[in-house]
Design a protein around this ligand. Structure first.
Ligand code: ATP
Ligand code: MG
Length: 580
């Protein structure tokens, strides 16, 4: 490809709406252009990268024994009603109507469709296990599309679904996919960590996410991990806590004035106590319903855990206005900072659900709000002064330094970008959709399913997050749009041009995807573009050619050497041929 013909427009500045480096660089280097919020055009350079990611995925999925198919992007409501998700999926599901008024949606994921395909085609245990996958655009009306390709509304995903006749068969396939994923990300030039995670709207019990560990702002997940193999997303991480003082020194319960103690810190200062003897009450709205969360006051609530404990799909903290209204409805006069579970019955037409974190269970003689402004009670006890809520479960956010649940060492925390995940679904879809096969005894059984996703566009963007410097992208060779650029310093110099063209032709002949920068531009401009676009190798033909040398630069390491043209070509050809 001649640079003068390459469809690319690099920009001098980063786009003003971009927050993270992959978004900034992919726009500036001419890979993507925004069409509308969370929806991007993949321009030729980007499309080459995406096809390479897709091909790596394809090769490894095929090698693992999965079979590719393609399902439609538009899906009928009826199948979503069968699975029960038409109502449950929430705002991310983009719903629409056709001209006959039939309701449809844009596929955010394809469990319903694949389960229907299996139901129609896999009738006997003899046909199982099967793993089917596709690489397809998805649409999710994300609440906050952001970070360019990392969290788009339309994006490309590889989604695979396995059908098995037993849990053992499912676990075997899960392991098989785990290994395939490890190979896929490695081949894409990405180091990943497999972490335990929450299963969210997809459902199921066991699931792992493959995270690219990053210290950039793009890491939306906190990953807790330990020297031992334990690693979990914050929405799933469990930990043990060091011993703490969890009993107050009071011998009897009484109400005390605590003026203006709106925060836990103020309350601790005022009563001269540690937060570990206070039960904190937080008010949430889960799918419109009021929920109180009780937790030891030095700890924070993990909202996904809380949401799952209630069985909801959407969670947010209540506003100050809602809290005041809740007080009035229940006959109290209080505000944030003084809330407690006692006497709170209903709000918004729903009964109030109370969930306690495990940390509060063993607490004694504690402090808690009683829905009275500028007052708290001290010396309360479960069962005596106030009932322990019926639901006591882990809704706590782990913290770095907590104790690893597996080995007892301190947990560490880092941030990660989720590029893929694997789920053991079990019969979550096959049962409600009555998707069954006949077992050895001729008895109908629901398939035991698994599902396995990889964000193709997100993986490409994550590769940029992991490989860049102040000059631009440093594509890993396997997914770079082109492997090498050949730059004649002066296109007017016949010798330089001739050598550059020869090198370019040699590279092409040996299967290297190369670009010849034949533009009549200053060398500095060409170098800047080469760095920005992120060609893994740069061969510059300049004055040194009078001594038979070209300049060879490796983008990843920024190493520069002056070598013979044949040597430079040889290094590139060898590296490219090593890509499996
Ligand atoms: P997240 O928690 O980041 O929203 P998810 O759990 O919703 O991800 P899945 O439904 O399991 O993701 O989708 C499989 C893969 O698709 C993810 O691992 C991720 O790589 C990719 N993906 C999900 N949502 C998006 C998005 N909005 N933009 C780009 N890629 C996405
Ligand atoms: Mg999501």
């Amino acid at each position: 490809m001649k640079m003068s013909k390459l469809f690319v427009q690099t920009l001098r500045e980063f786009p003003s709406d971009a927050e993270v480096i992959s978004h900034k660089l992919l726009v500036r280097a001419g890979f993507i252009r925004k069409l509308t919020s969370g929806v991007y055009n993949y321009l030729p350079l980007m499309w080459k990268v995406l096809k390479k990611v897709e091909n790596i995925i394809r090769e490894e999925m095929d090698r693992a024994g999965a079979q590719e198919l393609l399902m439609p992007f538009v899906q009928p409501k009826e199948l979503w009603e069968e699975s029960g998700r038409w109502g449950a999926y929430g705002g991310e599901l983009m719903r629409l109507k056709d001209r006959h008024g039939r309701e449809m949606c844009l596929g955010p994921t394809h469990e319903e469709i694949i389960t229907a395909i299996a139901r129609d085609n896999l009738k006997s245990y003899k046909q199982l296990p099967v793993n089917l996958y596709q690489i397809q655009s998805k649409f999710r009306d994300e609440r906050r599309p952001r970070f360019g390709l990392l969290r788009g509304r339309e994006f490309i995903m590889k989604d695979a679904y396995s059908f098995a006749a037993s849990q053992e068969e499912l676990e075997k396939e899960y392991q098989n996919m785990w290994e395939a994923y490890t190979r896929i990300f490695k081949r894409c030039g990405l180091e990943t960590k497999a972490v335990q995670s929450d299963s969210g709207a997809i459902g199921g019990s066991v699931s792992h996410e493959f995270m690219v560990i990053t210290d950039t702002d793009a890491g939306e997940n906190d990953v807790f991990y330990c020297e031992c193999d334990y690693a979990a997303n914050s929405n799933h991480a469990v930990s043990n806590l060091p011993e703490a003082k969890i009993s107050g020194d009071w011998t009897e319960a009484k109400i005390v004035d605590t003026p203006n103690t709106h925060s836990i810190e103020e309350l601790c200062d005022f009563l001269k106590i540690p937060a570990t003897v206070i039960v904190k009450t937080l008010v949430y709205i889960v799918d419109k319903k009021p929920v109180l969360a009780l937790i030891r006051a030095d700890k924070a609530v993990e909202e996904t855990k809380l949401m799952n404990a209630v069985g909801g799909t959407d969670i947010r903290i209540a506003t100050a206005g809602e809290i005041e209204e809740m007080m009035v409805v229940n006959g109290f006069d209080a505000e944030k900072g003084f809330i407690g579970p006692k006497g709170l019955k209903e709000y918004n037409g729903y009964p109030i659900t109370v969930i306690a974190d495990e940390t509060v269970k063993e607490m004694k003689n504690f402090v808690i709000g009683i829905n009275k402004k500028d007052a708290h009670v001290i010396g309360y006890n479960w069962g005596k002064e106030v009932e322990l809520p019926q639901i006591v479960t882990d809704i706590r956010l782990a913290e770095a330094g907590d104790i690893c649940p597996v080995c007892g060492k301190p947990l560490k925390v880092t941030r990660g970008i989720e590029v893929g995940n694997i789920f053991q679904l079990g019969t979550k879809y096959s049962k409600p959709m009555n998707a069954v096969y006949l077992d050895q005894n001729g008895k109908a059984q629901p398939y035991i399913m698994g599902c396995y996703g990889i964000g193709v566009t997100r993986t490409a963007a994550a590769a940029v997050e992991a490989h860049y410097d102040e000059h631009g992208i440093k594509w890993p060779l396997a997914i770079a749009p082109y492997h090498a650029v050949v730059i004649p310093v002066s296109t007017k110099d016949e010798t330089q041009m001739k050598v550059a063209e020869d090198i370019y032709k040699t590279l092409i002949k040996h299967g290297v995807e190369a670009v010849l920068d034949d533009r009549d531009e200053r060398a500095g401009v060409k170098f800047k573009d080469a760095d920005l676009i992120g060609f893994p190798y740069r061969i510059t033909v300049g004055k040194g050619i009078s001594e038979g040398l070209v300049e060879f630069k490796v983008r990843e390491t920024e190493e520069i050497s002056n070598i013979k043209p044949e040597e430079a070509a040889e290094i590139v050809v060898t590296a490219v041929n090593k890509l499996i």
